[in-house]
Ligand binder design. Structure first.
Ligand SMILES: [Zn+2]
Length: 274
């Protein structure tokens, strides 16, 4: 059932083809470890190359443990492993960024830096696609959050960037139809040992509130998360069409990465934080 859904989702969105070189965003949590194992198994049938990328944000007491898990899983499956750190890229790790008390919650800083490094890191590792472990719960939460924040434009570019650039590595989410609970069970059954630690900054996030609402609603009305995902997929084309009209693509004047403004979000953020 688990594998069947994983493969069906890949086919539904034409996520993979033979000969792809896939970067796997490997945080060392349950979703990405399950994704790594599923991709390694799929590779037997669909010839492709895999490289795992872990971003070390520099979160004391948390990242060391998940980094160890990520390393162990890569060694277990013989997958090449690249580790990139905030400290190296932005000269500051997340703990230091949080201490600056500059505008924004930790997750918004972290999100910008992590997305940037994952895209750049995947490209530099020679990958043509970036697979992440986002599951059904994550996607349903994101859809809800963007509606609650009145940010439909973000929703429009969630599955793929609006502006096409060879510098943007296509993102794929083979677990987008898989409930979080099933991934936890998969890890247990397959003997993937995890620390089961939550990020110490997760409590700051709006996402936690949305997760709670969705879990309570799912409990009373089973299938809610699937219905949110399906509504989103149904609306996606229309959203993309609407927001692609004025979309422009530039290269960041500071770092050369693709962006929709003169300077990219990463460089803006790093400048504000310094
Ligand atoms: Zn930049």
């Amino acid at each position: 059932m688990f594998d069947k859904r994983f493969r069906k989702t890949i086919r539904e969105f034409s996520m993979l083809k033979a000969g792809d070189r896939i970067a796997i965003g490997l945080s060392g949590g349950k979703d990405s470890c399950a994704l790594l194992q599923s991709m390694v198994q799929l590779k037997e049938k669909l010839p492709m190359e895999l490289v795992a990328i872990t971003i070390n944000e520099g979160i004391k007491g948390y990242r060391e443990k998940t980094l160890k898990t990520a390393k162990r899983e890569c060694e277990k499956h013989g997958v090449e492993h690249v580790v990139l750190s905030f400290k190296e890229a932005a000269e500051m790790d997340l703990d230091e960024i949080v201490k600056t008390k500059k505008d924004g919650v930790p997750c918004s800083h972290c999100g910008v830096l992590r997305r940037y490094l994952l895209n750049k890191g995947s490209r530099e590792a020679g990958a043509n696609k970036l697979a992440t472990g986002h599951n059904l719960d994550d996607v349903a939460q994101t859809v809800f959050m963007n509606i609650m924040r009145n940010e439909p434009a973000r929703l429009a570019r969630y599955l793929e960037p609006i502006s096409q650039s060879s510098k943007f590595i296509r993102r794929i989410r083979p677990f987008m139809r898989t409930p979080e609970k099933e991934i936890a069970i998969y890890c247990m059954v397959n003997g993937i040992e995890l620390d089961n630690m939550d990020c110490p900054y997760a409590g700051f996030a709006f996402r936690g509130q949305v997760r709670k609402i969705l879990n309570e609603t799912e409990e009373k009305y089973p299938g809610t998360k699937f219905r949110i995902l399906n509504s989103f997929i149904e609306m996606e084309d229309a959203l993309r069409a609407k927001y692609s009209v004025n979309a422009k693509l530039e290269s960041c004047k500071s770092c050369g990465e693709p962006c929709s403004d003169e300077v990219c979000m990463f460089c803006k953020k790093v400048k504000v934080l310094k």
